[in-house]
Every structure is written in structure tokens, then in C-alpha cells.
Design a protein around this ligand. Structure first.
Ligand SMILES: C[S@@+](CC[C@H](N)C(=O)[O-])C[C@H]1O[C@@H](n2cnc3c(N)ncnc32)[C@H](O)[C@@H]1O
Length: 277
């Protein structure tokens, strides 16, 4: 962990001199950094992206592309703080949400209660889904695939396959690798993304490891005068590779769309992949 602790202004004669004590500890690449990535800072810096209007539109798109009739059983995994799961339930679907973050699940349950919807929330791991043949559809939404080594990433697809009933469908929403590559600066420099909220900053330096097919992100968060650094890497299969993985996991066919449900193009920022069991 790292911290910049702002110290109270120090007396210097009759003048007050602001003094900042800086302590920075670098965080190494870790296999499973996700509990450090998905915390209150995530909710804070992504607030606009996770806001109601956005989440409403995304939920409409999921219902449309998966062609979900009222009463269909849907698994939202990972469900995070329940923004999509609760909205799917409000549209008359029978929803189960799974996530590994107990605080996000607590918030999801609270929001469900406040909006009068019923969702079954389960603490669990994507690599070991505790269901077989239960769901009409499964949703892996908002860059929630590719967190592990590729053996485990493929295992996650097999877990969805087992959790679905015959004919059920999986939807994966992730970064379109082809578009990401087009955005990378020439000469191997990292792609830098800055998110600002008032004086608070989130800076991402994204490298692309072509040999591994992974993006590697160094994230620096400056919030309330404290600095925190995390590092995480995501597998970034293209649609072609992901289709092959889905086939190996037992899915029959897959189709890909751009972020608004249009045909996927090389420059579509995101890809929505729908695979049928
Ligand atoms: C980018 S968030 C997306 C959440 C949700 N799909 C949404 O659209 O808001 C990714 C989520 O994955 C969860 N997660 C990370 N590793 C996990 C694991 N091994 N098993 C289950 N959930 C995990 C995190 O806790 C986080 O809530």
C-alpha cells in the first residue's frame, strides 16, 4: 500500500508552512490484484460511467441482444455492486448475482431492497460457479473477463457453460482488442488515461504485452492527498480468439456486436460477444 499523508501546517516562526510527508511503496504485479482494484476508489472514479442513465441503457441492450422474455433466469457474474442485476430484476427477470467482493454485494442488496426488487446475491468466485443447467442466460458485463491466467480464463467460460441450461446464452462485454491496439502510441510507449474528479486523479499507464496478449496497467490514484498505486493485467483476446475459447468450452456459435449493439468493427471500442450453449 502507499500513502501520502498530509500533515497539518507546521509552525515556522510566525508563518505557517504547509508540509507534506510522502511515503510511496511500489506494488508488484500480482496474480490476483482485483480486491485492490475494485474498492471504493473504483466506485468513486468510475461514478459517471456507473451512473443510472448509463446502467439503464446497458440493461436495455442486454435484454435486447439476449432477447430475454419476462421471467427468464439470468446470472450476472460478476455483478459488482448490483447496478445491472437490480435493473434486470426490475424488468421482470429472475436474477442471481455473484461477486467476490462482500462490500459490493452488501451495497447491491441494500439497493435492491430500496428499489423493491428481488435478486439472489451470492458471494463466490468466477472460476467455480456453484450451478449446473440453471440459467437461461449469463452476463459477464463491463470488462469482467480476462482477470486470470488464460487457463483459468478458459475455465471461467466452461463454468458459465455448465451453469447454463441447453440453449442458454452467454454475453461477454469487453474491450475490443483490435481497437485498443489501434490506440496504442507508436514506438511502444504506454497509453495514458487520466480521470479527474475535482483535485483527485486516477492515472492509468497501459502497456500492451503482445507475446502474452495482455494489457498491463499501472494505476496511480491521488485522492484526498493520498497516493495509491496498483498494477493489474488483463487478458485481451480478439473476437477470433475468444470465439475459439468459447467453442472449446462447449458453446455452439458466437456473434459479436459493437458497444451500441451494431455490427462489430475493428474500431469499435468495446465488443459484446453472445454465445449459445
Ligand atoms: C469491472 S467490475 C464489473 C461489475 C459489474 N459487472 C458491472 O457492470 O458493474 C468487476 C467485478 O469483478 C469482481 N471480481 C473480481 N475477481 C472476481 C472473482 N475471482 N470472482 C468473482 N468476482 C470477481 C470484482 O469484485 C468486481 O465487482
Amino acid at each position: 500500500m502507499s500513502a501520502i499523508e498530509p500533515r497539518s501546517p507546521r509552525e515556522s516562526g510566525d508563518r505557517r508552512v504547509p508540509c507534506l510527508l510522502v511515503t510511496i511503496v511500489l506494488v508488484e504485479w500480482r496474480d490476483d490484484p482485483w480486491s485492490e482494484v475494485f474498492d471504493d476508489d473504483y466506485l468513486y472514479f468510475y461514478a459517471d460511467r456507473l451512473a443510472s442513465e448509463h446502467s439503464d441503457r446497458e440493461t436495455d441492450l442486454i435484454v435486447q441482444l439476449l432477447d430475454l422474455p419476462p421471467g427468464a433466469a439470468v446470472l450476472d457474474a460478476p455483478c459488482g455492486h448490483g447496478r445491472i442485476a437490480n435493473r434486470l430484476a426490475a424488468r421482470g427477470l429472475r436474477v442471481t448475482g455473484l461477486d467476490s467482493n462482500t462490500e459490493f454485494l452488501a451495497r447491491a442488496r441494500r439497493d435492491a431492497e430500496e428499489s423493491g426488487v428481488e435478486v439472489e446475491y451470492v458471494l463466490g468466485d468466477l472460476r467455480e460457479l456453484p450451478w449446473s443447467g440453471r440459467f437461461d442466460a449469463a452476463v459477464n458485463w463491463y470488462t469482467s473477463f480476462g482477470y486470470f491466467n488464460d487457463q483459468d480464463n478458459r475455465r471461467v467460460l466452461s463454468e458459465y457453460h455448465r451453469a447454463l441450461r441447453a440453449g442458454g446464452r452467454l454475453m461477454v462485454d469487453k474491450i475490443n482488442r483490435d481497437a485498443l491496439i489501434r490506440q496504442m502510441p507508436v514506438g511502444g510507449a504506454p497509453l495514458v488515461a487520466l480521470t479527474e474528479r475535482g483535485d483527485d486523479l486516477m492515472i492509468d499507464r497501459v502497456h500492451f504485452d503482445l507475446a502474452a496478449g495482455r494489457s498491463r496497467t499501472e494505476r496511480i490514484i491521488v485522492r484526498d492527498g493520498r497516493v495509491r498505486r496498483t498494477r493489474f493485467s488483463l487478458s485481451q483476446p480478439s473476437f477470433t480468439e475468444l470465439s475459439a475459447w468459447l467453442g472449446e468450452a462447449g458453446f455452439e456459435q458466437s456473434a459479436a456486436y459493437g458497444p451500441g449493439g451494431e455490427k462489430l468493427a475493428p474500431d469499435s471500442r468495446r465488443m459484446l460477444v453472445v454465445a449459445a450453449r
